[in-house]
Design a protein around this ligand. Structure first.
Ligand code: V0V
Ligand code: CO
Length: 160
């Protein structure tokens, strides 16, 4: 059950300069930054609207940490721009399984760690009319219920 646009992922060469553009032009502020080595990105989350209950919509600005990462490869080929869209769901496991059963390639067997301790997976862009599509369950939604109990969710966070 996809309930919202969680974020739009935007690939950039220079994260600080791009954050500066979004701040100066639109007044969006950075709510969170982190490096995700597994994904090969340094990222900034800019809150567009919403609250802290997991229903927020973000812009996710992504700078590659290495050239052979997904974003690094994409930037080299396409230049800066929209890299992916992410739909929010209270239960990424169930939605990934349901969508995979329809013949869409789900890129991960198990959802992985995303921004702000979310759990994420991706659908192959070639199966989605050219759009790299992410499914995400935020940490707030995980705590509120969904497939896992809070205890399991906390344990999973500690595992990473
Ligand atoms: C590649 N293609 C894309 C695309 N990336 N099409 C639309 N949007 C994109 N972002 C096309 C590409 O043009 C090729 O088409 C084809 O797919 C194969 O691409 P490739 O360049 O050969 O690259 P691959 O196959 O090595 O990798 C593509 C995939 C990879 C999608 C498998 O990027 C991936 O695993 N992405 C998921 C992880 C990710 O994107 N992480 C960064 C965000 P032609 O030329 O053959 O027609 S991390 C994030 O969002 C986080 C942490 C978060 O939200 O919390
Ligand atoms: Co993303």
């Amino acid at each position: 059950m996809l309930t919202r646009i969680d974020h739009i992922g935007i690939a950039c060469h220079d994260l600080d300069a791009t954050v500066g553009f979004y701040r100066a032009t639109y007044g969006f502020e950075v709510a969170h930054t982190e490096v995700n080595e597994e994904q090969g990105v340094r990222e900034a989350m800019l809150r567009v609207n919403g609250t802290d209950d997991g229903g927020t919509t973000w812009l996710q600005l992504l700078e590659p940490t290495r050239e052979d990462s997904a974003v690094g490869k994409w930037l080299a080929k396409n230049g800066e721009g929209v890299h992916h869209i992410a739909f929010g769901t209270p239960d990424v496991d169930a939605d990934a399984a349901a969508i995979g059963a329809k013949g869409v390639r789900v890129l991960y067997d198990e959802p992985r760690r995303g921004s702000m301790e979310s759990r994420i997976t991706f659908l192959h862009p070639k199966d989605c009319h050219g759009v790299l599509t992410e499914l995400v369950t935020s940490a707030g939604e995980r705590a509120a219920g969904g497939a896992e109990t809070t205890e399991e969710a906390v344990q999973d966070n500690e595992d990473h």
